[in-house]
Design a protein around this ligand. Structure first.
Ligand code: HEC
Length: 472
């Protein structure tokens, strides 16, 4: 209790008047009463009815909710954040050029802008509604009133909050009585709120502690080191009983996991010896094994090293050197020897398949993809890559051969096929990228290019010439 008069200490034991409750038994009486309360200038009051009452909003003077404005503001905020975020990420912080498209353009931003606008608008609607209604509210002192229970059944109530500026215990009570209710009741705050049961408190504390444990464990594990291996939840994906290309093993005597091909084996669908002209560009594989090996240059390189016992004998590497270094190098002789050996091989001189217009079209397309960068669209050795390389003048670039020299003109088709498959001197091999049919198609187109340069323009009929002029 209060000990001194100067400082009256308000103890918790004193209940506080929270408001007044007027009970009506008729909806119309409630509406009429509400109008009077409204007109009397009260602000903090409410009505409670078992069912929605038409006209009660107006009678109470309730204004339109501001929720739509909250939703609109949230939606606009979401849209602005989305656009700003995308602009910042794509055009400022990490500009990434994709297919030459602009770094920032509104159409590309629409999906995310739409999503974020809707998301924040929905949040605004949901949480705005809760806040405006002061929800969630698990307890209301009105619930203590016996009479108020009939608010969900057949009675109508006006509750008036004591916090209202106009409220005074006596005047407001008289005012409510003047509205002809069945009764007016005061409602008071609780003397002391009931305590939570001990067991519930214990259980909540336990749950709280348990919830803290996973993050604590994660934090601990992240900041310490351990010698024990990771926990593998699905170990069969992490540890597979298989060998990988670049690893070692003691399963095989040579310690390599990747196995070399067994001599004499041929992968499925790669048996070539039944169509030697098609696969090798040769009429037949010569008896002389040494010569055959030259035709299959890739294998030759390893052989050459063995026989010559001289590490830098790789003709390709030598060709890469500057012309000044070349003459003194014995590798030039080796290249010349190789060239003469290649010359002696039985190259096919006819195409080993019927030549069709379709094949020519395919050849043109493939040529433009694989060869024109260096050799140029017309085969003059003036491809863009070559022009650029000449521009840079680095000295190591060998100009791609023109197809319109006697040297290349006299090469049999089998030899051209071989050039594409294995490359020649400075020219890289294209056998890995271009399958045999396409190589032959390219050879066909190459021949057509050569013909186009040899022909005497006056011998072309006028109609054909016009056609040529009209097509690109
Ligand atoms: C990376 C550039 C490059 C590409 C791509 C290229 N070549 Fe070559 N090509 C060269 C060079 C360089 C030479 C001259 C090699 C030398 O003399 O050292 C050459 C030479 C040739 C020769 C003459 C061969 C000889 O024996 O004299 C032919 C034929 C040829 N290329 C055809 C092709 C065909 C067909 C393609 C497309 C599949 C192609 N090239 C793609 C760079 C290229």
């Amino acid at each position: 209790m209060a000990t001194t008069i100067e400082q009256p200490v308000k103890t918790k034991a004193e209940p506080e008047l929270l408001g007044l409750l007027a009970e009506f038994d008729d909806p119309n009486a409630l509406i009429e009463a509400s109008k009077k309360v409204r007109d009397a200038g009260y602000r903090k009051w409410d009505t409670h009815t078992p069912f929605p009452l038409h006209g009660i909003d107006e009678a109470m003077g309730i204004k339109w909710t501001i929720l739509p404005w909250i939703v609109a503001a949230c939606g606009l905020t979401g849209g602005t954040i989305a656009i700003g975020m995308q602009y910042w990420m794509n055009a400022v912080n990490y500009p990434f050029l994709i297919s030459g498209k602009p770094l920032f353009s509104i159409p590309a931003c629409i999906p995310i802008t739409f999503e974020l606008s809707v998301l924040l608008a929905a949040f605004g609607a949901f949480f705005g509604m809760l806040v405006l209604n002061q929800l969630p509210k698990l307890y209301n002192p009105l619930f203590k009133s016996e009479a108020f229970r009939r608010a969900t059944n057949d009675r109508f109530f006006i509750s008036m909050d004591a916090k209202d500026a106009k409220f005074s215990e006596i005047d407001s009570g008289e005012f409510l009585h003047s509205l002809n209710p069945i009764g007016v009741e005061e409602f008071w705050s609780d003397v002391e709120s009931p305590k939570l049961p001990r067991n519930l408190k214990l259980a909540l504390a336990l749950v709280g502690v348990l919830l803290l444990m996973p993050p604590a464990l994660v934090a601990y594990k992240r900041s310490t080191t351990t010698n024990s291996p990771r926990i593998h939840i699905v170990p069969d994906m992490d540890f597979q009983p298989k060998l990988k290309a670049q690893n070692t093993t003691n399963l095989f005597p040579d310690g390599r996991e990747v196995r070399p091909n067994i001599k004499g084996t041929i992968p499925r669908g790669q048996f070539k010896d039944d169509n030697i002209p098609f696969y090798y560009g040769l009429k037949y594989l010569p008896e002389d094994q040494d010569v055959v090996v030259i035709a299959l240059q890739d294998e030759k390189k390893t052989d050459a090293k063995k026989t010559e016992e001289k590490p830098p004998a790789d003709p390709k590497a030598d060709a890469a050197k500057t012309p000044a270094e070349k003459p003194a190098d014995p590798a030039v002789d080796a290249a010349a020897a190789e060239a003469s050996k290649l010359e002696k091989l039985p190259w096919v001189t006819e195409f080993p398949m019927p030549v069709t217009e379709k094949m020519m079209a395919r050849g043109k397309e493939r040529y433009r993809i694989y060869c024109s960068a260096c050799h140029g669209l017309g085969g003059e050795g003036d491809g863009l890559v070559s022009l650029r390389a000449m521009d840079l003048q680095q000295g190591t670039w060998v100009k791609p051969a023109s197809y319109h020299t006697d040297n290349v003109r006299k090469l049999p088709v089998g030899r051209l096929y071989h050039t594409i498959t294995h490359g020649v001197r400075k020219m890289p091999a294209y056998g890995a990228q271009v399958p045999p049919e396409d190589r032959w198609a390219i050879v066909l187109y190459l021949r057509a290019l050569q013909k186009s340069h040899e022909i005497d323009a006056t011998t072309i009929p006028e109609a054909e010439k016009r056609k040529l002029r009209d097509t690109k």
